[in-house]
Design a protein around this ligand. Structure first.
Ligand code: AVJ
Ligand code: FE
Length: 439
């Protein structure tokens, strides 16, 4: 890399770290101390845990490993190790109080900004293209999205605000035929791609249809009105058991109001937006809706082919719109808005085949378990993804309105338990061609 490129990379790293920290502050500064310390749900950490955990990961990887510096606080690693304490147990730990947590993360950051100009950005794989910094930027942004989900569960007066998303610009409905054949899935070139996105490999896909847009609130309300939650035939066995045990009747945060529905979003209750993607549904609800609609959920390769395959060149691109980093006109990302945008709001973000809003708005459930691609190698630590491989989790794709662009791309893979719905999760449907349908 030329020295000019290295200088550009260093300033980009600093800017990305700064952007993440401004977001972290926006999620914690307006919150009273007792609300930072209190659990808002057994599913989530106290916000003050996320805050210091962000700083601790940054200390472990950038200050100590990459920088080779003395620990800032070696005594607290255990408290902020996500594998040592389950989320529900974290409120009882002797956590750093808010003022100390803030001081800690800024001490760590000062050291990182100091060493960013000194470490070589080549040599070790951890340093190449600034990977470790990119990983830490993504880590902070991922926890910011998690904190945003905690805010959504918090009761009391609203503390977050954002302008409404853009309105629909074009009519988008129905299904898109995606041709069968091989495509390149995953990546070996995206510099900050995480281990589970690697390496690039060929995958053969049968022809399929994919919804041009995510399933909307209006469509989902039709499923409810048609008795979707009362009929076990739409649900898998495990899904129906969960639907009964958990008493599911509608997406999380929905309330029936006569014939219509309201939803509470970051402390404000309003009628659901009929044309916006449904959010806060679990995998089992998505699966049941799809079966009711005569369809199914897409597999992960089907989702990625629709998002990346360019039929003109046969190449897989970084995003549905091409190789450029996401801009405001492409997708509802980055917590610029606090709800998904209506279908048709991002024509500039559509794929060449005409599939809309694959990136942003809502994470989309796929039918796939999280597994390693052929040739997978855990990097830089097994606990990032390898320990989650197997049948316990389902993969979600595409990012939500609460996902930063640094933590979202055509290859990015998220995962969660199939019963979880406190995350910003929605879905779209796929189906096989009917006999003779493709001529
Ligand atoms: C990829 C979002 C499932 O939040 O558990 C954060 C990301 N890994 N800290 C998670 C992560 C370590 C991870 N997800
Ligand atoms: Fe973490």
């Amino acid at each position: 890399m030329s020295s000019q490129h290295t200088e550009q990379l260093r300033s980009r790293l600093a800017a990305d770290l700064e952007r993440a920290r401004a977001r972290t502050a926006s999620l914690t500064d307006p919150v009273e101390d007792d609300d930072l310390v209190r659990p808002h749900s057994p599913l989530m950490s106290p916000l003050v845990w996320d805050l210091a955990h962000i700083g601790n990961q940054e200390e472990l990887w950038l200050v100590r490993d990459v920088g080779g510096r003395e620990p800032v606080r070696a005594d607290i690693d255990e408290l902020y190790d996500a594998f040592k304490h389950a989320r529900a147990d974290r409120p009882a730990l002797p956590l750093l109080p808010p003022a100390e947590a803030r001081r800690y993360v800024s001490q760590v950051r000062d050291k990182v900004l100091d060493l960013i100009d000194q470490v070589p950005l080549t040599g070790r794989p951890l340093l190449t293209d600034g990977f470790a910094f990119g990983m830490i930027v993504q880590h902070e942004q991922q926890h910011d999205e998690t904190m945003l989900a905690t805010h959504q569960l918090r009761r009391g007066a609203p503390v977050l605000d954002a302008p409404a998303p853009p309105s629909s610009q074009v009519e988008v409905s129905g299904e898109i035929a995606v041709p069968g054949g091989p495509f390149t899935m995953g990546t070996s070139t995206e510099p900050w791609a995480l281990d589970n996105e690697r390496p690039a490999h060929q995958v053969e896909v049968e022809p399929y249809f994919l919804d041009a847009a995510p399933v909307t609130n209006r469509q989902y309300a039709e499923f409810i009105a048609d008795g979707g939650y009362d009929q076990s035939r739409w649900w898998s066995e495990a899904g129906w058991r969960h639907r009964v045990d958990a008493g599911l009747e509608a997406p999380l945060h929905w309330r029936q109001d006569g014939d219509s529905w309201t939803a509470t979003t970051f402390g404000r209750t309003a009628p659901i937006v009929p044309d916006a993607p449904v959010v806060h549904v679990c995998f089992f609800e998505a699966e049941a809706y799809a079966r009711w609609a005569g369809k199914r959920l897409p597999t992960e390769p089907e989702w990625e082919k629709a998002a990346r395959f360019d039929p003109a060149t046969g190449r897989s691109r970084r995003y549905p719109w091409g190789d450029d980093d996401p801009q405001e006109q492409h997708a509802n990302l980055g917590q610029r808005h606090l709800i998904p945008a209506p279908v048709g709001a991002y024509p500039a973000g559509a794929s060449p085949l005409g599939v809309h809003q694959l990136i942003g708005d809502v994470w989309e459930w796929t039918s796939s378990e999280l597994t390693g691609y052929p040739g997978f190698r855990a990097f830089p630590y097994q606990e990032y993804s390898e320990v989650f491989f197997g049948p316990s989790y389902r993969v979600l794709r595409g990012g939500s309105f609460g996902t930063d662009r640094a933590a979202c791309r055509g290859t990015f893979r998220n995962w969660d338990y199939p019963i979880r719905r406190q995350i910003f999760s929605g879905f779209r449907c796929a189906r096989d061609p009917r006999p003779g349908e493709l001529g």
